[in-house]
Design a binder for this molecule. Sequence first.
Ligand code: GLU
Length: 399
Amino acid sequence: MVAVSRISERVAAITPSATLAVDARAKALRAAGEDVIVFAAGEPDFPSPAHVVEAAAAACADPRNHRYTPAAGLPELREAVAAKTRRDSGLDVDPSRVLITNGGKHAIYNALATLLDPGDEVLLPAPYWTTYPEPVALFGATSVVVPTDAASGFKVSVEQLEAAATERTKVLVFVSPSNPTGAVYPPEQVEAIGRWALERGIWVLTDEIYEHLVYDEHRFSSMPVLVPELAERCVVVNGVAKTYAMTGWRVGWMIGPPDVVAGAAALQSHATSNVADVSQRAALAAVAGDLDDVVRMRAAFDRRRVRLHELLSALPGVTCLRPEGAFYAFPSFEGVLGRELAGHRVDTTLALAEVVLEEAKVALVPGEAFAAPGYCRLSFALGDDDLEEGMARLAKLLA
Ligand code: GLU
């Protein structure tokens, strides 16, 4: 007899988020008294800025914030996001084109739900963030994976995109700075990809959540700013989580053409209604404020980036590009595979991550979660001391 799933095929096909799963497992081990060092979820170790917390506390005390807001978000927050976008990326948008969502992930979900029909194809350069393909499949579309490698700095070329595109291609997912690779595309490459998408009539979903986290000579550039004609076929996704150390507040947004924003807002009005009012007030304090806290946190991430890269590069069998942005290092462990570590034969990075967690009490995310077996992702958004201790344990295990 054929086993029939009790739950829908669409939902049964979803793989739980690997980044959140590793993070939850590490945190559970910690709660059970284990001394685990967590390089897993991309979550800044800093508290949210004091003025943000104060704004939220004040909002909590005011009964006006105990109510529904418009489903698309507080009008003043939509305005502040439009102003912040003008200031930070140079994209000039009317607040009516901003939809406040429950984090960046929800913005991606809303955007793809609004754009995709069954049978559509989505170009997904790999390694890709573990969440992107799931809503694509949920809405009946297909992810067409476009692999990149370390030789190109994990950057996809127009030629590769052209080779992967078909008449069914509807959307390209683009992210720079990149999760999981830390790659930052130079402006000329962002523009070339944007021009190609424009000519091809392909939508671009551009994830700008790491816009402020760039290092050395690398600079963030926004595709619809470099290719203004693309704005009518482009959805920008962003949020407060990474920039302001506000992962738990769950406030993000999407910016898009009026029909897309209206459609996504209608969807949201039935799915979640508004984002928590107090969280929206906190996000308002963040985006309406200056970038001083961001600059301070970026300096710490930069220091950790340099150190982590140095320590990873010194490990036997490990090679690592220097991260250019975000807060992820993405080393290859190919040279470690096939070895025996603490009595376990390790043939995949999935198995390696398991052994590293069990034996060294260090949590990292295996590349399998990002369509890149042979690699692992290490977040450097953790404290300096933890970074040193975690890498010392890894070095000992691999020695
Ligand atoms: N975006 C972060 C990460 O990749 C947070 C976890 C998640 O939402 O996947 O680690």
